[in-house]
Write a protein that binds this ligand. Structure first.
Ligand SMILES: [Zn+2]
Length: 221
């Protein structure tokens, strides 16, 4: 949470008076408790030059505190939870500016990194689709032109849970390739989709087009 010797500023829940300048601070004033001196307003406590950074960004808070020669934790009493709750930090403005600059740079680095990873993934996917398609062509040499690529692309769609992404498909397992080819035949060369559209149960529909699929599969071999 916070270190014991760090300055704490309390947002007071009742009327308070500064023990040094005797100013009536009213309710909700920001005060700090100084040993032997009592409750002081921020001006008397020499904290007035600090600016408030609300809690929320852990990185910004951590960096602001690091760069600030002087900082204070702002706490407010929560009646509901019956404890002081951290509201944020008082820090030097220069420190905050520095911290903000660093956080911005970081987020830029992160987004560029993400972009690069995405590009890399696309390249890997393209290579994978190509190899998958080559395997299809090898096993089903009579499949229509472009079907191999289309089947491979379809099978390799990321995160889709389709056969192309299973461990077996990654090793171009013959059975996995067959499943991908069957899925394509079923969708593009039989009445399977229109059966589904009519509300036929998918397993029933699969059963209905099974022979048709097998015939086409044999032809493609
Ligand atoms: Zn004062």
């Amino acid at each position: 949470m916070y270190e014991k010797d760090e300055i704490k500023v309390f947002i007071s829940g009742r009327d308070s008076v500064c023990d040094e300048c005797k100013e009536d601070l009213g309710c909700g004033a920001w005060i700090t408790l100084i040993r032997d001196k009592g409750a002081l307003c921020l001006s008397c406590a020499d904290l007035e030059h600090l600016i408030f950074l609300p809690s929320g960004s852990a990185a910004l808070t951590r960096r602001s505190r690091k760069y600030s020669k002087m900082s204070a934790i702002v706490l407010k009493w929560s009646r509901a939870r019956r404890r002081y709750e951290r509201q944020g930090l008082l820090v030097e403005e220069e420190a905050l500016i520095l911290a903000e600059r660093e956080c911005l740079a970081d987020s830029e680095v992160r987004s560029r990194k993400k972009e690069r990873a995405k590009e890399r993934r696309l390249v890997i996917d393209r290579q994978y689709v190509k190899r998958f398609a080559q395997q299809i062509r090898k096993l089903y040499s009579h499949c229509p032109a472009q079907s191999d690529i289309r089947i491979a692309e379809h099978a390799c769609l990321k995160y889709s849970g389709r056969v192309g992404r299973s461990a077996r498909a990654k090793n171009f397992d013959e059975e996995a390739i067959k499943l991908a080819v069957i899925a394509c035949i079923r969708h593009e060369h039989t009445s399977y989709v229109s059966l589904l559209a009519k509300g036929v149960d998918r397993w029933q529909a699969r059963e209905k087009v099974k022979d048709e699929v097998q015939q086409i599969l044999d032809k493609w071999k």
